[in-house]
Design a protein around this ligand. Structure first.
Ligand SMILES: *Cc1c(COP(=O)(O)O)cnc(C)c1O
Length: 294
């Protein structure tokens, strides 16, 4: 486990031209499989499971879920067992293979059943006292607390901080962490889902403080896991010119948003921007054909 993660300067002629400083918080380096925000989200969930003597983790995700993989690996590392309920028809892919290699039992369920996760859990594990329920994506107050800690590792002053949003838990954690430290910077949440109204609602519901926040709803690029050529080309350009690899589901879209906003003179000259690399690089394996065809 690499913690605290490095805060690295990202060099690009665009940033020189616009006179902004961009730093990447390399949470992707925390662990290859308990990657980025998934490690931060699981930290206190695991602590509570252990305190409660729950040795079997039960959680939920889609077929490419970084959270399922993180939970599978974390369970193995902590001497626990795990079951992952996977949404949809049985499929084979790199992420699910890795889950199985880490010892996770996989159960595929139709979407209608998956939707009622809590009901499914209550029925399946009725009467068992050793089982720990973890919501899809690891969402919850323990997860917010884990993500808030990341802010304490940022030891340089900054004006803006970017992160990709699925459930919005990571963004909520970062905002919480900024308010706890009484920072006045602005959080930029970049939803990767088209239907993202809940991110704004969830952030608005948090206790207000010194920090500011804004949601950028126009960088999902067609919706969840949609990968138009402009995104794939951007990811390739970023990787080949800086060595920073991003995934096409989450972090690629967050970096794309940052670059586009810098280009559009959204930030004042002299400002410092942080972008959190939340990991999830196995997502590339689901899009190799798309990358190969551009
Ligand atoms: C899961 C994930 C996210 C989304 O995190 P939320 O807390 O659900 O908003 C962002 N980036 C990566 C790489 C992820 O795997």
């Amino acid at each position: 486990m690499l913690l605290p993660t490095p805060l690295q300067v990202l060099h690009d002629p665009l940033f020189t031209e616009k006179r902004v400083r961009v730093l990447v918080k390399r949470d992707d380096l925390i662990h290859p499989y308990i990657s980025g925000n998934k490690w931060r989200k699981l930290k206190y969930v695991l602590e509570h499971a252990q305190q409660e003597n729950h040795h079997h983790l039960v959680t939920f995700g889609g077929a490419w879920s970084n959270h399922l993989l993180a939970t599978a690996c974390a369970a193995a590392m902590n001497g626990m067992t795990a079951t992952g309920w996977v949404r949809g028809e049985p499929v084979h892919n790199l992420v699910l293979s890795l889950c199985t290699i880490f010892g996770m039992e996989l159960r595929f369920v139709p979407r209608e059943v998956y939707r009622e996760k809590r009901l499914l859990f209550d029925k399946e594990y009725d009467g068992r006292s050793d089982v720990h329920f973890i919501d899809e994506g690891g969402a919850g107050t323990d997860a917010i607390r884990g993500c808030a800690e990341m802010v304490t590792e940022l030891d340089e002053p900054f004006d803006h901080i970017f992160c990709a949003c699925g459930t919005g838990t990571t963004a909520a954690g970062i905002l919480t962490g900024m308010n706890e430290r009484q920072l006045t910077a602005t959080l930029h949440a970049v939803p990767v889902l088209k239907d993202q109204g809940f991110v704004e609602k969830d952030l608005a519901r948090l206790p207000s403080g010194t920090a500011h926040w804004t949601v950028h709803p126009d960088f999902h690029l067609g919706g969840y896991a949609k990968t138009p050529p402009e995104l794939l080309l951007f990811i390739r350009q970023l990787a080949s010119s800086t060595g920073i690899l991003t995934d096409p589901i989450y972090t690629g879209k967050a970096f794309f948003a940052l670059y586009n906003l810098v280009q559009a003179d959204y930030f004042a000259p002299g400002q410092t921007l942080v972008i959190v690399h939340t990991g999830g690089l196995t997502g590339i394996a689901g899009k190799t054909r798309e990358f190969d065809s551009i």
